[in-house]
Structure formats: C-alpha cells, structure tokens
Design a protein around this ligand. Structure first.
Ligand SMILES: [Zn+2]
Length: 328
C-alpha cells in the first residue's frame, strides 16, 4: 500500500485538508502529526514533505519526477530530518539546522523543509532552539513534526502548529489487507499489534531483528509451558542477552499479550494469536492465574526505560510467572 492510498482510504481528514492546502497554496508553516505507536507517522511526514518539492504535484507527490526521486534517495539538499525515535534530539542538531537555514535554499523550489520525528523526545534545549523557527517562520520554511504522545508535547509547540491526528486502521481490516503480503499468517498476527499499515508489517517481518525477538518470545513460552524451570533457563539464554532496550520492551509486551490470550482462551473469547493456539492452550494448562500477570508484565516492562539490568527484569518476570503455576 502506498502512502498516497493509505491517506486516501484511511486518513480522509488529512487527505482533504492537506490536499486543499496544497491546491490553494495555503499551507501552514508547521504541521504536528499525532498518532498511536505503529501508525506510519514518519512515512506520512516524508510524503507530505515530498509533495512540497514535487515538480508535478497532483496535488500530492507524483513519485515519478526527478525531485521526487532525489527526495526518495535522500539527495534533496533543502530537506532535513531529525529522529527522536531512537534517541533524544539534542540542541546541536537544531543549531545545525539553524545554520543551514540561514543560508538560502539551494534547490529551485526555494523551500526549506524539515521533519522532526517524535518531537516529544527532544531535550529542553533542543525544544527551545526549535521554537525559534516556529515563532518566526522565515519565508518558505515548512516543518512536519510527529508525536506518539500529544500530551507530552509542550503547549508552545502545539499552539504554533496545525495538529492532525492519524486514525487507526481497525484490526480486522488490517488483517484482511495483510493477506496479500508475502509473509506468513503467523508473522502477520505477531506484528499487527505493533504496526498499523501493511507496508510496515512487511518491512518488520523481513528485518534482521524480527526473528531474534520472535524466537526469544516463542521459544521461552514453549519451554515454560513444558516445564517452568526450563522456561526460566530459556529466558536467560534468549532474552537476557538482547542488548537493545527496544527489543527487550517488545519481548515483554509480547508476554503480556500472550497472557491476555490465555485469559481469552479461558473465557472463550477470540484470540489475538490464532496461529499459536496450541501454545496458548498449553500455557493455559500451566498458568493457573494469568490475569495478574498481564499487569505485572507491563509494570516490569516500564522499568526497561530506567536502565535496570535486563537479567534482573527477566528474573522478576519469570519468578512472577512461576508463582502463578500449579505446584504439582
Ligand atoms: Zn514528483
């Protein structure tokens, strides 16, 4: 699914508003795109930015002209990107932007554009530096800011931006859309809770890290369902060595989702991971009381952000799980 058809089919408000602004040459200087984790905020921000540099906009980017191609390849001189998703954005990055903007634009379009992804992750110094751009929009400077958490964006940024919220694609519709992807049903079910557009689901399924955390989750739960002590050892073998905090958090979230499926099974509700029903049934026989584990797991996963030793968190989780098993 292209971002164009994603906007047309699933984000009608954004499609209309931004499309009209492009047609009437009536753009705001700053747009703040807000959406749940998993919505393609960065991809949409890039696409809207590209629509401003396109040589033959209709009114969105044509994806065929030279400017669109150069933008895609990262060779468009007057475009800047700051990523708060991986680490916080520092003041130095924004100052570098300021320096670039004090020079005149290089491209024939004469517009300078920047995308700041996950703007809520900026340091206070960087935020203050960024506000300077938003306060005095010099000529043709356009900003696309994104956030997963509108409440954490400071009011001065919100008041200077036009806020557009992305709507989630419903789970059943998303599952249907994913049927045409070149990935297994198992992987679709695993990734639908985390990505809200088929293209991102496919990209993640084919990424290098995916098999790593998927195996950590499934192999640990399989071992645990056979013998909780084996599960404990497996968790330390596969989860503890994961160095990336993002991956550890994701593994813990999967545990919580599987506990939810055990609850779903016990009350006869539809399961999230239908492809793993055998595993869920085995877990339901091992874990007597899955409900409190959902909350416990979310609480443990929050500690990942505080840089608590991974081994300790894995211990805490597995011990909580063992407590909820039968003693025979
Ligand atoms: Zn174009």
């Amino acid at each position: 699914m292209t971002i164009y058809s994603y906007l047309q089919d699933f984000q009608p408000i954004l499609f209309q508003t931004f499309g009209n602004a492009l047609k009437n040459n009536n753009l705001s200087h700053a747009y703040l795109l807000d959406g749940e984790p998993g919505t393609p905020l960065k991809e949409v921000a890039f696409y809207l930015a590209k629509s401003l540099v396109c040589d033959n906009p209709n009114p969105f980017a044509c994806d065929k002209c030279l400017s669109c191609h150069r933008f895609e390849e990262g060779n468009y001189t007057d475009f800047f990107f700051f990523d708060g998703a991986e680490s916080s954005i520092k003041k130095e990055s924004v100052l570098a932007l300021e320096k670039a903007f004090n020079m005149t634009s290089v491209e024939h379009k004469g517009v300078l554009i920047y995308v700041t992804h996950n703007v809520e992750n900026m340091t206070i110094e960087a935020t203050n530096a960024l506000l300077k751009f938003l306060e005095e929009p010099a000529g043709k400077v356009y900003a696309f800011l994104t956030t997963n958490n509108l409440h954490n964006v400071i009011p001065t940024i919100k008041s200077r931006s036009q806020i557009i919220s992305l709507q989630l694609i419903k789970r059943d519709i998303l599952l249907k859309l994913c049927e045409s992807l070149d990935i297994t049903q198992e992987d679709i079910e695993m990734l639908v809770p985390f990505y809200n557009i088929p293209s991102l689901i496919e990209e993640e399924a084919k990424s290098e890290r995916y098999p790593e955390y998927k195996t950590a989750v499934i192999a640990t739960l399989e071992a645990f369902s056979e013998d909780p002590r084996k599960g404990y050892l497996k968790a330390h073998e596969l989860i503890t060595p994961l160095r990336d905090r993002f991956l550890i958090k994701r593994v813990f979230t999967y545990f919580a989702l599987f506990f939810k499926d055990v609850v779903n099974y016990s009350i006869g509700h539809e399961r999230l991971f239908k492809s793993y029903d055998t595993l869920v049934v085995k877990l339901a026989k091992t874990i007597i009381n899955p409900l409190p584990l959902i909350v416990t797991t979310y609480e443990i996963s929050k500690k990942v952000d505080d840089y608590v030793n991974t081994g300790l968190l894995v211990d805490e989780l597995l011990i909580s799980m063992i407590k909820e098993t039968s003693n025979d």
